[in-house]
Write a protein that binds this ligand. Sequence first.
Ligand code: ZN
Length: 513
Amino acid sequence: MEEMMALRCKYCGAPLDGDAVKSDSPYVTCSSCGTTQQRIDAQAYLNQLMGQVRSWVNQAMPGGFSMAQSQNVDSVARHNIFMTSFKPRIDMEYTTYKFGMNNLLSQVMMVMPFSVNTGLKANHTSTQAFEFGAKMNEISPLAVSDDTTRIMDEVSKTTDAYALLINNCELVREDKPGRYVLMANNFGIAATDFSKVPGYEPAQLRMEGLAELCNGCELLLNGDIASAFGKFNAGKAKLQEASSKTAGNFKVAIMGQAVLQEIKQANALIELSEYVNSMGSSKEVFDAVRRIFTFTYPATGNWAFLLGNQDRLAEIFSNMSECVRSRTGKGNIKIAAGSGNILVPFWHINLKYSFQTGSLWKKRSVEVDEVLLVSADFVIDSSCLSNPRQAVTDVFSIKGSNGLFAGLTGSETSISNSQGLGGLVESAAENSAGGRNIIIPLSTRKEAERIAENYVDAVSRVEDKLRLSNPDVAELIFIPFERDGNKLRAPPAFGNLVPGRIRNTNLDQLIIL
Ligand SMILES: [Zn+2]
């Protein structure tokens, strides 16, 4: 009953903190949704809420009884009132709240810095869920047996946790300062709620883990990288424990996949803090990080899912860290020979194919090893995603006047070698960037493999004499280009194989160290 005296936030229905309530200020700020309101409005909302709660109780209460007198009624009678008048209603309402909570638990609840998550949806408003909790509080004197106390505990704790998590659904929709403090607060109280409900230990661990990640993000944004790093690791450990305990626990099994995704987010945050740390947390670094998080990738066909997945960020930050280390002389990246002043990232891909040559009675099959280079920032270019030939050194585009591939009609050497690309790729060796700028690779190895496969498919459709094998991603290499305003000039070794992507490049859109 005491809790009911706390003022309630008129925006989300959460009980307001004791400190806020006791202060003399005419304004109070909700520590769950973050909204500041006038004290008299919070008081008015509390009065309205209690009116609704009492009318709900009075409707269910058998004639002649009132909650105010319930202390004077013997415990058997109280138990009977609870079981016959309230339990059926509670069961019915709680079923929909529990369904809503499970739905929420099945989704990824973390949001990365600088980004928003508009996909996280709840079936109820937090006001509804907090109001249901207030009803449970009001009738708690009727729960007198161990059984009914346990039911009431579970109902009120899970609904309270649900209401707090609904508030987080709102907080992840907008990149507002201070949101991680509120989210950590909500996750933390939800963890305490879940700790009191048997079978919900994995949910408790998950909430504790998410609270750590949120606290880490707040520290990171404030420039305290060392402390952030510790929080991210602690959060990841909690999430891993939650994940291992989720398997085989039917109450929370629904959250299994979401927790795995959140572990990947934790990895990305760990990579991110390592990256920021390796560079020193300057404004330049935060700008680069912000751009990585806020890139709007083209939503082209089945690429939309792959590029919208935040687990790719861990690999991008890891590659970015390598670039930073190379730039600052603390590490090496694979750099090809050449005199250009800006290092452009490419995925080196090995491609084998065979084709028939010779006249009718001297036909033979020729096997060729080809080097393919994929522009490592192809993911931000929709023309590459819809036409993979734009993203690569398109060796099969080079044809002689007779329609056969140039270079394949005579001594059957590979096309890339005849253009000089083979030698360029072979020259790549571990090196520091020296004074040269580096363009940050924006694609992952998996994405490079995907675009190379799409390329092979596209070629196979039009060149029926070729038998192409699966492309094999070897490594990421950096090739020196010349910078020309916001354009790139390719080294001569590319010959006629400069990818369409390079011609489309606008350096202003890329992250350059
Ligand atoms: Zn609120």
